[in-house]
Design a protein around this ligand. Structure first.
Ligand SMILES: *Cc1c(COP(=O)(O)O)cnc(C)c1O
Length: 427
């Protein structure tokens, strides 16, 4: 048995499924999850000592590369001063100011510890602000695992959602309407019928949890116009896209000013840190100023804030996003070329340092498109690449992430491996 296998067996006896977050169990690709021993730059090492070029990047946070020396030093320094106080610190102000500077729609911000908390709190806030209960989300978008967001679409347009997880009462999801991503007509019709009852629309401005799905320009425009017209709050869930697709997030690429924005992943630089923020008049509804309750023992944790601040500093250096965007495009282009040479049905897309690989000949527009892609093709590709020491997220429904440590040479190395895997898949 490999050490990965031994650890997985041991883990399964004490941790449900052997993991602390389901996708890590390799359930959808089969095989044994790699237990990571350490990570540095673009690489991770598993428990058997195998080194992989890593395109998971902790699902996004590792944008400056794993264990960046400056981030580690900032964490070390902060830790020496104490791990948590349960009282305000100056660092929290500095990172809040930094976020507001980089994302101008954010006039005020509150720090939390996970993306789940950020979206859950933003939705409560939107409900408190508008006095309405109903919310709209889109099929295939993930906004963390709070009850009212674990929903699948109802049977008809205005049928509210059903729980997508056991343990969520139908009463908790009956206010959540699940619409199709990129479907402008459906959104318009919904607002025409019940626009006045909607508290908020929450959207992944580039969907990254059904693989990468790009929104159309019309969809983005409709989201902003319809919510504004009907007094609903527009929440851009930028937990994944924030500081990932561009320095100013997806909203800077869309030229859209959402009412609220949720952030996570990159802003913690690998530590548990997330945030929600936006219009001052809305943010004023949160306690202790307003009646919407929200709190956290470890919120604004000084060590997490130090990691986040250093990460935000590094990503503002000259040429950071130009390089990241270029290398990510290089990766995607080389894969497309390799697939075309072998005749494997494949397409790919990227935005900033985030990419999507699809075993389908067209880019997906929504969840139904994505579900029609060749998931078995992905599995074969995934394991073929893993055997060649390149790690992608273990599911066809996940986006991939490039970091500043992925040099052009490493991308070429990855592309050469992909070429061989595509070749093997074609025969
Ligand atoms: C990851 C993610 C979340 C949840 O964040 P956690 O920190 O895992 O709770 C929410 N929204 C989006 C868009 C995400 O990608």
């Amino acid at each position: 048995m490999t050490r990965n296998e031994t650890l997985f067996n041991r883990a399964k006896s004490i941790i449900p499924g052997g993991v602390n977050s389901p996708v890590r169990a390799f359930g959808s690709v089969g095989g044994v999850p790699r237990f990571i021993q350490k990570a540095e730059g673009a690489y991770v090492w598993d428990a058997d000592g195998t080194k992989y070029i890593d395109y998971v990047g902790s699902w996004g946070p590792a944008i400056v590369g794993h264990a960046h020396p400056e981030v580690i030093e900032a964490v070390r320094e902060a830790a020496l001063g104490g791990l948590s106080f349960g009282a305000p610190t100056e660092g929290e102000i500095v990172i809040a100011e930094e976020i507001a500077k980089l994302v101008p729609s954010v006039e005020q911000v509150r720090l939390v510890s996970s993306g789940t908390e950020a979206t859950m709190s933003a939705i409560r806030l939107a409900r408190g602000f508008t006095g309405h209960d109903k919310i709209i989300k889109f099929e295939g978008c993930y906004h963390g695992h709070s009850d009212s967001l674990l929903v699948k679409a109802g049977s008809g347009l205005l049928t509210f959602g059903n729980p997508s997880s056991a343990g969520v009462p139908a009463d908790f999801t009956k206010h959540t309407l699940v619409l199709e991503y990129n479907n402008v007509a459906q959104l318009e019709e919904t607002f025409a019928q019940i626009g006045g009852e909607i508290a908020c629309v929450i959207v992944e401005p580039f969907a990254g949890n059904m693989n990468l799905v790009r929104p159309s320009e019309n969809f983005v425009k409709a989201l902003r116009e319809l919510t504004a017209k009907h007094g609903a709050v527009l929440i851009y869930d930028e937990v994944m896209t924030g500081f990932r697709v561009a320095l100013g997030g997806a909203q800077s690429l869309h030229g859209i000013t959402p009412d609220l924005t949720t952030m996570g992943k990159v802003i913690g630089g690998g530590m548990p840190l997330a945030a929600f923020g936006g219009r001052k008049d809305i943010m004023a509804c949160i306690s202790p100023l307003g009646g919407v309750y929200q709190a956290g023992t470890l919120s604004g944790n000084p060590v997490a804030v130090a990691a986040g601040l250093k990460t935000l500093e590094i990503i503002q250096r000259q040429g950071f996003y130009e390089n990241l965007t270029e290398r990510t495009a290089q990766l995607v282009d080389s894969f497309k070329t390799a697939a075309a040479e072998t005749g494997v049905a494949f397409s790919a897309d990227s935005v900033g340092g985030m990419f999507g690989l699809y075993f389908a000949d067209r880019l997906p527009q929504n969840y139904a498109d994505m579900a029609r892609s060749n998931v078995d093709g992905f599995k074969t590709f995934f394991h073929g690449m893993l055997d060649k020491s390149v790690a992608f997220g273990p599911s066809a429904y996940e986006a991939g992430f490039v970091s500043a440590a992925h040099t052009s040479g490493l991308i070429e190395e990855t592309a050469a491996a992909a070429k061989e895997v595509f070749k093997a898949m074609a025969v």
